[in-house]
Design a protein around this ligand. Sequence first.
Ligand code: ATP
Ligand code: MG
Length: 446
Amino acid sequence: MSESLKEQTPKLVKAQKLVGVKGMNDILPPDSARWEWLEGQVRSLMARYAYRNVRLPIVEPTALFVRGLGEVTDIVEKEMYSFEDRLNGEQLTLRPEGTAGLVRSVVEHNLLYEGGKRLYYMGPMFRHERPQRGRYRQFHQIGAEVLGFGGPEVDAELILLANDLWKVLGLKDVRLELNSLGQPLERQAHRAALIAHLERHSEVLDEEAQRRLHTNPLRILDTKNPAMQSVVESAPRLLDFLGEASMTHFNAVKAMLDVNGVAYSINPRLVRGMDYYNLTVFEFITTSLGSQGTICGGGRYDYLVEQVGGKPAPAVGWALGVERVLELIKEQGEALPDLAPDVYAIIPETAALPVAMQVLQTLRACGVSAHMHAGSGEGMGMGMGSMKSQFKKADGSGARFALVFGAEELGRGQVAIKSLRDGEGAQRTESLLAVADWAHSLQSPS
Ligand code: ATP
Ligand code: MG
């Protein structure tokens, strides 16, 4: 139907209600307050560690993820939202994670030219998974990445940063699992031994494991299939194949965590989902969220920068799942941050609106949060509603004070202030000229 025809057609049938995409959630008040609070805590902590923020596109060339994450990974095999650019046929993908795009950006803008970088990002990621608690199709990650430094001290710093974040967020019941994936040559030797072991038990391998046996056997180790657990447990350990340099790096990370009082356990089967990791890998896990218990994962990825076309540079980072962290905070019974305004303005007649609005602007400029009563716009009185209904709304808002802009008080150059919470005194009046002083008295601790 052409645009003009559409406009001429009267709406006879009620439009069908449209709903959002499955697994992609709206984040609404009051929950959004927790999101803002968490983001604020992250920003402040990142500043204390001298990490800088980056904001990157949500769409990237598909090739970036295929090349960066590896072809035989859950994400690239089955979880990406990919599409073709209608205009030029370019293959594009909604980012399923943040590291590949960040590395692409660092290389593209030559950010490592003058030395290493400590960066962080926050934002939505997209994976076509089966939606369930803690697993969504649009979800949010916060990630921290350090590029250009190869020493174990940045691995340790990143772990300390995450650990501090759990502290400021008040998270309990989070444990750290640590492993080392060594270097490519060490992995090759282990891989041959692993394939031989798995082939000896090929009768218990499920279809996915059979498929991965010669493409990505390491990933078979983090299978959740109970029937394969004993084969996986008796498999040769990658840790036993690490040479001296890899062990030195691993031991240094552990020693730095020990010195800083960070508890961890070694999990030799921790391999992580992406191909790009080497040396240190780690996950923060909670038992409070059922099977979606991994809230944060990361590790070193010293070959990704080169893979994406940059000059070789070491790198290490982690990403946390915001929904899972918030669920954990909720689980632990943390109260929502107080969303109530300080002041609710009761405006009996529209004639009082201009003065009321000016007073509210003054209050807001003083840092007081002020909610203006608004009418329906109907009828001669413009639908401001009765005093009774306005007071009811003021109570419902949770505001500490109602400011009543009655004609009588305004005539005397005053406004009535009524305490809505117990114990803060009854109604009194304040000169319109002195509302800024009153606002400041609200700010200072009594
Ligand atoms: P899982 O094993 O749970 O699928 P993953 O290894 O795929 O996790 P990463 O790619 O390491 O996850 O992403 C880092 C973090 O992002 C995870 O630890 C988790 O907290 C979160 N996360 C990953 N996928 C989802 C999702 N679909 N919905 C919500 N959070 C997710
Ligand atoms: Mg996954």
